[in-house]
Design a protein around this ligand. Structure first.
Ligand SMILES: Cc1cc2nc3c(=O)[nH]c(=O)nc-3n(C[C@H](O)[C@H](O)[C@H](O)COP(=O)(O)O)c2cc1C
Ligand SMILES: [Fe+2]
Ligand SMILES: [Fe+2]
Length: 399
């Protein structure tokens, strides 16, 4: 896309990535894409805020060169060093030799670590300001959202916040960049939650601290480094992030996430009957087969619902591996303080239930019950499971 002027002499200079399958080499984005947004301010001094991913160096350099002779670029503001935003820095440095690289202390040392850049760099501090002429930049240190060096850049004259990863979303920008130009904001909100759980939720505490910090500054536009720019109702995306960060600390909303895996359908048949029990409880429910579903898609449900039902068999004296992956991801993403239950089939030793209990303890999940049965579930087994699940539903209904 061409650059878009978002305020007088302030430009969106982003690129759309529709060819990367896995964001961070991990999270599926092949169906939706993603954008890497950067911003150029032309003033007495010219500043670029954030950069781009390495594979887009050519497109990015061209987009910028259409607006400015890069030798006239005075500052490159590095809000965040993750290479989805800085991969094009090497190329840019050659094209813009006069630009000074600004970032928090840790960002400046990462410039050396990642790209061996040591010349013409400068550390900025929390709440330090830099006058560009008409516009001022104010740097707000927001560690942990997403990395320890991450900051946001605020332009008080326009109440404009360049929030970097915070308030971002998956989803390429199909010709529009603003929320009020987009015909399907609900899609971006859904992708914002998936992005939040995949990328940010492990740092939910930091998110709440960052939201607290920025609340001292009036905001009329939020310009993140991924996805839509929020100007119709910027507080809405802040509120969404705040809600999700709160869920990570628990409690979450009413509902049950069912994660299941099954090799020969013994566990699955028992689950199918159990779902009828949950169905009578009038409680939101989402069911995922962890064997065939990427964690990216069930993490949003896990984060936002208070109840978790884990159903899977024993495998090599331990837990069905796809479920280990699921629970390990919940642990990595710090999805704590749920109310949970387990059941599953085994044949001789059992083992999955112990693995479940270990995860539940580390995750501070309140376990209402765990039950294993040999082979296929009999009437008695189903009754036991039913009792557990009724308790789960009762607790997950009113967090
Ligand atoms: C590869 C494999 C490894 C297994 N390892 C164990 C085990 O270590 N201990 C055990 O009690 N059962 C073990 N089982 C048996 C399963 O737990 C049992 O067949 C169970 O009924 C499978 O449930 P499902 O039909 O829901 O897949 C294993 C089964 C398979 C296929
Ligand atoms: Fe990041
Ligand atoms: Fe990012």
């Amino acid at each position: 896309m061409h650059a878009v002027e978002i305020k007088p002499n302030i430009y969106w200079v982003g690129v759309n990535d529709r060819s990367t399958n896995l964001f961070e080499g991990l999270w599926p984005i092949h169906e939706v894409g993603v954008s890497y947004n950067a911003y150029l301010i032309k003033d007495k001094k010219n500043a670029l805020i954030d950069i781009s991913k390495e594979i887009f160096s050519d497109d990015f350099a061209q987009e910028l060169s259409d607006l400015i002779d890069l030798k006239d670029l005075d500052y490159i503001i590095v809000n965040h060093m993750e290479p989805d935003h800085t991969g094009a820095l090497g190329r840019l440095r050659e094209m813009a030799p006069n630009a000074k690289l600004l970032g928090m202390q840790k960002a400046v040392s990462m410039m050396n670590d990642f790209y061996s850049l040591t010349e013409n760099t400068e550390v900025v501090k929390h709440e330090e300001t830099l006058s560009l002429g008409k516009y001022t930049l104010k740097f707000l240190y927001t560690p942990g959202v997403h990395w320890p060096e991450t900051m946001m850049t605020y332009v008080p004259e326009e109440k404009l916040l360049f929030s970097c990863d915070a308030f971002g979303q998956y989803g390429a920008l199909d010709g529009f960049i603003f929320d009020d130009e987009c015909q399907n904001v609900a899609f971006f909100e859904k992708e914002a939650l998936r992005y939040y759980t995949n990328i940010i939720s492990a740092f939910s505490r930091n998110v709440l601290m960052a939201i607290d910090k920025i609340s001292a500054y009036p905001v009329s536009i939020i310009a993140p480094s991924h996805g839509l720019i929020w100007r119709k109702d910027p507080m809405h995306i802040i509120e969404l992030y705040k809600t999700w960060a709160g869920y990570a600390q628990g409690p979450a909303g009413p509902g049950i996430t069912v994660l299941y895996g099954s090799m020969y359908r013994n566990t699955e048949r028992a689950l199918d009957q159990t779902l009828q029990v949950i169905g009578r409880q009038q409680i939101p429910i989402e069911v995922f087969n962890v064997g065939i579903t990427d964690p990216s898609y069930y993490l949003p449900s896990l984060l936002t619902k208070q109840g978790v039902l884990i159903a899977c068999p024993t495998y090599e004296r331990a837990m069905f591996p796809a479920m280990v992956r699921a629970l390990n991801m919940a642990e990595i993403k710090d999805i704590k303080h749920k109310v949970a239950a387990y059941f599953g089939s085994f044949a001789w030793s059992g083992g999955a239930m112990n693995v479940f209990n270990g995860f539940a303890e580390r995750l501070a999940w309140d376990v209402v019950g765990a039950y294993q049965f040999a082979g296929s579930a009999k009437e008695n087994d189903l009754q036991q499971i039913q009792q557990i699940v009724e308790q789960l539903a009762a607790k997950a209904r009113k967090p």
